[in-house]
Design a protein around this ligand. Sequence first.
Ligand SMILES: Cc1ncc(COP(=O)(O)O)c(C=O)c1O
Length: 391
Amino acid sequence: MLHNLSTMAGDPLWELTSLFNQDNRKEKVNLIVGVYRDETGVTPVMQVVKDAEHELAKQAKSKCYGELSGNLKFNDQIASFLLGDSENLNRQCTIQTVGGTGALRLLAEFVAHLSPDSIIWNTDPGYINHKPIMESVGLTVKPFRWQQQAGELDIQTCLTDLEDAHEGDIVLLHGCCHNPTGIDPTPEQWQQFADVFKAKGIVPLVDIAYQGFAEAPDKDAAGLRLFVDQLDLVLVAASCSKNMGLYCERTGAAMIVTPDSNKLQSIRTLLESLTRANYSMPPEHGAAVANLLFDNPVPWLNELSVYRNRIKQTRQKLGAILADLNAAPELQLISQQNGMFSMLPLTKEQMAVLREKYAIYGVTNGRINIAGLKQSQIEPLAEALVGVMNQ
Ligand SMILES: Cc1ncc(COP(=O)(O)O)c(C=O)c1O
């Protein structure tokens, strides 16, 4: 068997991280992986999560198996977090997954099972793992361009590229804080997408991994909610990795919103049979923590707002310094974008200069994690960016 095993390239992000770890320069800056960091450079455990874990440790009675759909209370609570207090809750099926990645994979398997010829339309640039996940179940992925025009998403270009999308195809959109560009649709643009999807029978898959990172969670879910209000079938992948800081607890959810609530039981049975043949059921701990946060949301949402505001302030400060330095206009757009990521308008070669000359590590395609920046690193970054672009 192993004679068929060829040497494979490793994951590019982890390879860059290993280069970063070997770099001895004191001033080195890690903007590679998408995790929130505080001013000390740590990805903290939220205080509300620590408190919840103490509570759970006191209550612990059994580690017996749970349900195939995971923690049922979590499924109800995250469904409400996503859709708000809405009638639409009566026409959705939500199942706990192994993080947002697990949700994407499960939805991909669901689509491949029921509609294997559906094309997945993916933003270009897009989240590095979307294409491999969709292709790993045999689905075909096609790109549509995702770029900024006059300070907004250039929706005309998106819609032009989507002209070839047919009934039953899936368009994968990010609920907020698009990874890697930070460019989100305006409310009017969400409506434009909804109109086209309705007219053409296109099904949206909304991947919402950063709810609460651009604006308060209800506002960040507004595009998703507009789709669910107006469209028959909507697929949703959600993650608690970022907004609860539960990264390694692998906590997320897959939701199917259906026009026909008679189908809900069959949808659940199919989803459960897909996970049963894979990992059986998701881990309990993260969902149990999430339940305590949902039960008493105010302290959690306050802590989340600290994260959000830190990222916003970092963007504003970086934007102001870039303006003072007369940086190229496309660099200054960073201050208007949302969430953890932005794409630098730099080539692979320029990203290598940023790394080698300035010890600043971003992904080779230009993506940087704004949430990885300390205040003291903002000015050096701005100067390095201008230096690299003027070189
Ligand atoms: C757009 C997007 N979707 C999904 C995920 C996966 O989330 P999780 O870590 O919960 O698997 C990420 C993580 O970076 C992401 O950026």
